[in-house]
Design a protein around this ligand. Structure first.
Ligand code: ADP
Length: 169
């Protein structure tokens, strides 16, 4: 009873792995889409070793944009920001991986592209705060809320990527 067959051990490992995997919501805003930066941005998350579990392209309504940014409704730029987010196609994604929420923010860089380090998405690809091309959840609670706002549960795909054993060992 102490010796589990290899398949059972692998299954246990996979389950343990899956249980600790976190997910974050990432969106390429209308400026990123219009500037042809979808593949560039997807590629940075993909090459890092994170796993794409949901993706779609949508034009959010103003009302939906206001829901997404509800935390910022007292800010002077709120209305312009929501107009902008609903002004064209947005690529909405869910990425999965160890530490993906925090590290996703690192890949994205500071809110103001003038303050983003070179090597980050905003540092390399954007110039002003009002056109900073990408959104990423800033913590576990917002990640959960934003994934639920943008995606139905059945739009999230659970799968084992072939690369996982090479990314995580
Ligand atoms: P982040 O997107 O880095 O999490 P915030 O949640 O503070 O940053 O702001 C949300 C978005 O609002 C920013 O990505 C940016 O597009 C916009 N924004 C933030 N500050 C300003 C500002 N001072 N003027 C115009 N737009 C802003």
């Amino acid at each position: 009873a102490l010796v589990l067959p290899t398949a059972a051990i692998m299954l246990q490992d996979q389950e343990a792995h899956a249980a600790e995997m976190e997910r974050t919501f990432i969106a390429i805003k209308p400026d990123g889409v219009q500037r042809g930066l979808i593949s560039e941005i997807v590629s940075r998350f993909e090459r890092k070793g994170f796993k794409l579990v949901a993706i779609k392209i949508v034009i959010p309504s103003k009302d939906f944009a206001e829901k997404h940014y509800h935390d910022l409704k007292e800010r002077p730029f709120f209305n312009g920001l929501c107009d902008f987010l609903s002004s064209g196609p947005v690529v909405a994604m869910v990425w999965e991986g160890e530490g993906v929420i925090k590290y996703g923010r690192k890949l994205i860089g500071a809110t103001d592209p003038q303050k983003s380090e070179p090597g980050t998405i905003r540092g390399d690809l954007a110039v002003v705060v009002g056109r900073n091309i990408i959104h990423g959840s800033d913590g576990p609670e917002t990640a959960k809320d934003e994934i639920n706002l943008w995606f139905k549960p059945e739009e999230l795909v659970s799968y084992t990527s072939n690369a996982e054993k090479w990314v995580y060992g």
